[in-house]
Design a protein around this ligand. Sequence first.
Ligand code: GUN
Ligand code: ZN
Length: 413
Amino acid sequence: MIIAGHLLLPDDDRPGHVRLSPGHLRLDGEQIAEVVEGEMPNTCDAGGPDALITPGFIDTHLHLPQFDTIGAHGLPLLEWLDGVTFPAERRWEDTGYARAMTQRVVGQLLAHGTTGICAYATVHHDATHAALQVARDAGLRGVIGQTLIERNAPDFLSRPASQLLDETARLLEAFPSSGRVAAAVTPRFAVTCTAGFMAEMGKLAAEHHAFIQSHLAETVPECELIAELFDGTSYVDVYGNAGLLTPRSVYGHGIYLDEADQRTLAETGTIIAHCPTANSFLRSGTMDRRSHLDHDVRTTLGSDIGGGYERSMVRVGRAMIEAAASFHEREVDTLPNASQVWWQITTGNAEALGWPGGGRLAAGASADVVVVQPNIPWHNSAVDPLERLMWSWDDRWVQRTIARGQTAYPSTG
Ligand code: GUN
Ligand code: ZN
């Protein structure tokens, strides 16, 4: 397949940025076979002179069962979990429901240009297995975890640790880390797990070289509860003591952290998934991304649906700029710009996750590509083209999403 347009490429001269170049891609099977710059072919299978060709977006923190509760407003985190989220996740007791919902959700992700995910399912083993299968069949890349809850949640979502360890081990065998879609060790957060349980999870993740995902320091009452449950141990150390801080660990939020915490995260290579839309929607606070970067903490970006309300990673990127502006409003020149947002939601997220050949248009890279047809003049205007596209972004511009070399949106089946 030949795809022509303005190619969004990592800018090798400016790390953390992208650049645009007219040209075309040739896809062969599951890979990008060739990237040709400076030439638009007369005929192509997708794209055209006004198209933007971007790597598929990567959302590094989202909850599959929460897509139908986006918009539940007004409650702080812990009350929102009890009142909105846990009842919604209960519906995944029914594996058929979970499978159908995941199919629907995956369709929405692809329609928004997302081809890579780090996702939470629920505590239900069979439903999580079904979600992994659906994501794999759809051509997505990423990890999905059975959400591990042992305590401090309703009985209908709590399970004995031994059962959850056993079930997670089975998922890790069925969906190993070498696969395009892999199972992840996913303690919901330390509130719902004991220290002993988390230590066993740390061992399991190490044995399987698995991704670990959880939540960290999202709200003040949550941090106070952690201090109570773990005798004043710092939230970061609670995870560290269990062997859960690794370069393949992705923690959502990370708002309330001090310098010692940042040092530990940097030393262990742990990733913080910044979730600006969820942080504002649940009124949790604002994460200071620049402080994390200044302390060498690795950060990615995630939608955190349904605490977050936004399915488009472009708009989550915009929220990242707005969150940064609330900290550094007088330093406009140092706020992330559109080039950095485009890099973060593609190459940056893929590099942090260590996905080889992910998040970039390059020969040999995975053929995860989005063809965007903006209905505005954009590449010949006085405004920077990437700023213009990002700030006027319209999901209807997503004309085609290719995952693993196949057109996954619009759906043909
Ligand atoms: N902390 C524990 N579980 C959750 C969740 O589902 N969403 C968010 N935003 N934070 C959490
Ligand atoms: Zn979350």
